[in-house]
Design a protein around this ligand. Structure first.
Ligand SMILES: Nc1ncnc2c1ncn2[C@@H]1O[C@H](COP(=O)(O)OP(=O)(O)OP(=O)(O)O)[C@@H](O)[C@H]1O
Length: 388
């Protein structure tokens, strides 16, 4: 765990880069520091591995005041990834990755074997890339080697300063997704500096939004987007924050609409009656186990036979917990007026459907829930003004 207590950094020329900063990063948590250029993000980060010393205040790593720890020993516990990766140009990718463990006394063969594993983990096939030199890699591949190298000594803490800043947006998104997958496996405590709010939102368990030398808000991404603490934060996250929020708001069971449901082996006549009784144009079709099979339109029930004969397979579905953005994009992709939502743990137990109207309601409910610090289920939409 990393804890800042009233930390201030004033440079020799009188610039106050960080002003009385107090915050905490839990073990295994990924915190993004985001803010405009010059607001003190890099200074904050470099104080953690003592590349910069605070003017006042204290920083603790696992309860230990880092000013009492030898900087070299401290840095062994902290991986560091920066934008200009700083790979050794005359060493192969494998040797670059193995450098730190080797320096720490791990035998060369063992360090190289571990390095190969790490390259694999960051998505670089060691048999293809291991013997290349850094100049023979793309920018994105070099960044991955940087991440692999930072992980090589298995430090509990990672500091990452705009690590994906130098690559184009497509590669960047790819690296971000890979990094999230990696982080889910290794669960490091990560401080991640970026000036890009999209990146901060996508990666962070929590986001620290910096004003000048200070944190204006420190919250989960959905809260920062849905309930910005100050005008400054609202401006920084942008006018399209509702749209950004879609990507960090998961589908919950309570959001779902319950349409008529029929079974594969039901006679069509019974399905027709049910649809008529409920005044519905279509029904969801489940198999005998209650798993999603597809759907059937009312006009297709007006014949003899069973639902199985006329049901269509359903392509537009998502597991509960997927984001509202995924839901919206699945609807668009399949040109569907609704999507089915299934249980993520079972093989496809049907839970309900999401329509444009329920999707919008879910977004409004989750924004209101964050503003009032209650769960989404506790929000009565009738009391939420439209347009908020
Ligand atoms: N060595 C230094 N001497 C004096 N001022 C400095 C020094 N290093 C940084 N600063 C100033 O401290 C402030 C914070 O700098 P810092 O690099 O921490 O910001 P940042 O948020 O990381 O910016 P960027 O996104 O541009 O990297 C800036 O005003 C910067 O000019």
């Amino acid at each position: 765990m990393i804890r800042f207590e009233h930390v201030t950094k004033r440079y020799a020329d009188g610039t106050t880069a960080v002003d009385d900063l107090s915050f905490e990063v839990a073990d295994g948590e990924l915190v993004t520091l985001v803010g405009p250029s010059g607001c003190g993000k890099t200074t904050t980060m470099k104080m953690v591995n003592r590349l910069i010393e605070p003017t006042s205040g204290r920083i603790f790593l696992d309860g230990e005041d880092i000013s009492t720890v030898d900087p070299v020993e401290l840095r062994r516990r902290i991986g560091y990834v920066i934008q200009q990766v700083g790979l050794f140009p005359h060493k192969t990718v494998l040797d670059n990755t193995a450098t730190v463990p080797h320096l720490l006394g791990v035998k060369r063969a063992k360090a190289r074997a571990r390095a190969a594993e790490l390259l694999e983990l960051v998505g670089l096939d060691p048999s293809v890339y291991g013997e290349r030199y850094p100049e023979q890699l793309s920018g994105g591949q070099r960044q991955r080697v940087g991440v692999a190298r930072a992980l090589a000594a298995d430090p509990p803490v990672l500091l990452m300063d705009e690590p994906f800043g130098a690559v184009d947006p497509v590669v960047r998104e790819h690296l971000q997704n890979e990094f999230l997958r990696l982080q889910a496996a290794v669960r490091k405590t990560v401080l991640f500096v970026t000036h890009d709010i999209e990146e901060a939102v996508r990666l962070g368990d929590r986001i620290a939004v910096y004003g000048s030398g200070r944190i204006e808000q420190y919250d989960a991404p959905a809260t920062v987007l849905g309930a910005p603490a100050t005008e400054y934060v609202a401006d920084f996250v942008g006018a399209d924050r509702g749209l950004k929020r879609l990507s960090v708001t998961p589908i919950e069971e309570g959001d779902l609409h319950q349409p008529p449901v029929v079974r594969l082996d039901d006679p069509l006549s019974r399905a027709a009656e049910q649809l008529r009784a409920e005044g519905a144009q279509w029904a969801v079709v489940l198999d005998a186990e209650g798993n999603l099979h597809g759907w059937i339109a009312a006009e297709h029930t007006l014949r003899k036979g069973t639902v199985r004969d006329r049901a269509r397979r359903m392509e537009a579905w998502l597991p509960v917990g997927a984001s509202l953005k995924q839901a919206f994009s699945t609807m668009l992709q399949h040109d569907a007026g609704w999507i089915a939502v299934i249980d993520e743990d079972s093989v496809g137990r049907f839970l309900g459907v999401l329509t444009p109207a329920t999707l919008h309601a879910a977004l409004r409910r989750s924004t209101a829930a964050d503003a009032k610090s209650v769960t989404r289920a506790e929000v009565d939409l009738e009391t939420v003004p439209v347009g908020k």
